[in-house]
Ligand binder design. Structure first.
Ligand code: AMP
Length: 423
């Protein structure tokens, strides 16, 4: 029988990569907490309607990428492709906005998109994100950007650029839609298949196209259709970013083609990530979303960053923490009768450090070889004629000790090893 392979486009988190993964999640949660965001989590699957309404048709996610199936009760359910719609549903469904306003939440959740797997594009990936729900002040737009910026700075990732744009409000976009249609309709026959569909369903998405980039270059700009209040909102956001000393590029081609998006849209790009997959994350304001989901109109703004892409960059830049040994101390027994003593010692030593015991009947040299390969610092040999032997696996020095002194001896050796630049 052939061994079972992982599903296409998925990735296991193996112990070697786990410290970097934890480091990244802790850093995001810590920055979010400093800004007053609380943890939220939502189900991995939702009713399909949530995303059909909350992400919207005309988007690649809904039209092509959802993992949708009918459950045994005949309901259509979908594996979560993005976090904002579920979080807004959860927050407003629980009336959190009546307890305090705005509601600030952060999350770390897996997302599922049936996409063509390639570098930086998986069928299951994870995102860390924040949402501020219940406030339309431009200060919140700048705040969610600042949280992401500080998170990236805390990780120590270099070379990130913030791309910022405004999408105006619904009326601004209606006017813009007309001028996009006037520009694109005569070009219809030269457009790619996706763009012909976008022209009918969601013209703003035309600007996302990588294949028809030459058309995008000459397309009219949304910035020429903004009302005075929309300009003011954008000016306030850029003013706050200036105060926070966060540099940005005003990228007028950055769009989110959905009716309920409003004003601020942004992405964090990294040059080392290839081509179309160069976005580490993004976000924006979605003032029309709550209504679209059947709740009272409630403004919101948030960011979401891709965990796997951040980790790729962090590993490339050599800043991601590497895995340490499974345990600092390996207890190796000699002779069957030593097993009970080994277990007692392990229990005592675990008050101070991490310990595993090798009580197998293998030869001691094999046990020591494996302990060394595991990168443990110390081996404690139990059952030797001379008594308890504590061996430093890096320097190969060893000392004989007793059960009364072994805890202190282990602590002293670990401290010395931690301070020794050679180990
Ligand atoms: P989006 O909701 O599409 O803006 O996604 C937010 C971030 O999640 C992106 O900027 C990527 O870093 C990451 N991301 C989105 N889709 C994928 C995917 N298929 N595979 C890996 N990462 C992804």
């Amino acid at each position: 029988m052939t061994p079972i392979a992982p599903p296409r486009g998925t990735k296991d988190l193996l112990p070697d990569e786990a410290p970097a993964w934890e480091w990244l999640h802790r850093a995001h949660a810590a920055v979010a907490a400093r800004f007053g965001y609380q943890l939220i989590d939502t189900p991995i699957f939702e009713s399909t309607e949530l995303f059909a309404r909350g992400v919207g048709s005309g988007t690649d996610i809904v039209d092509k990428e959802m993992y949708t199936f009918t459950d045994r009760g005949g309901r259509s359910v979908t594996l979560r492709p993005e976090g904002t719609a579920p979080v807004v549903r959860a927050v407003l469904g629980a009336h959190l906005d009546q307890r305090w306003r705005p509601v600030r939440v952060h999350y770390a959740m897996p997302m599922f998109r049936y996409d063509r797997p390639q570098a930086g594009r998986l069928r299951q990936h994870a995102q860390v994100g924040v949402e501020v729900i219940g406030e339309r002040d431009p200060g919140c737009d700048a705040e969610v950007i600042e949280v992401a910026w500080r998170f990236i700075a805390d990780l120590g990732i270099d070379g990130v650029s913030l791309q910022l744009n405004t999408l105006g409000d619904k009326d601004d976009r209606l006017g813009y839609r007309q001028s996009l249609l006037a520009y694109y309709t005569p070009l219809r026959d030269s457009l790619c298949e996706d763009c012909r569909r976008r022209l009918d369903v969601n013209p703003l998405r035309l600007l996302d196209c990588k294949k028809d980039a030459h058309h995008v270059e000459n397309a009219p700009l949304l910035g020429d259709h903004l009302s005075a209040p929309s300009r003011e909102h954008f000016a306030a956001v850029t003013g706050h970013l200036g105060d926070a000393e966060i540099p940005f590029t005003h990228n007028q081609r950055l769009v989110r083609g959905l009716d309920y998006y409003a004003h601020t849209a942004f992405e964090f790009w990294h040059t080392s990530l290839a081509g179309a997959q160069n976005a580490l994350g993004g976000g924006g304001r979605y003032d029309g979303l709550a209504e679209q989901l059947g709740f009272a109109p409630t403004p919101g703004v948030g960011h979401a960053l891709g965990v796997e892409r951040l980790l790729t960059v962090a590993v490339d830049q050599g800043i991601a923490p590497r895995a340490g040994p499974p345990a600092q101390v390996v207890i190796c027994t000699v002779g069957e009768e030593s097993a009970a003593t080994a277990r007692t010692l392990a229990r005592q030593l675990r008050d101070r450090t991490s310990v595993v015991s090798d009580v197998s009947d293998r030869r001691l040299d094999r046990k020591l070889r494996d302990a060394g390969r595991s990168d443990a610092t110390l081996a404690l040999l139990v059952g030797m004629d001379e008594g308890l032997v504590l061996r430093n696996l890096r320097t190969r020095q060893q000392q004989v000790t007793t059960s009364d002194r072994v805890l202190d001896a282990v602590s002293a050796e670990l401290l010395a090893a931690a301070q020794d630049p050679r180990t």
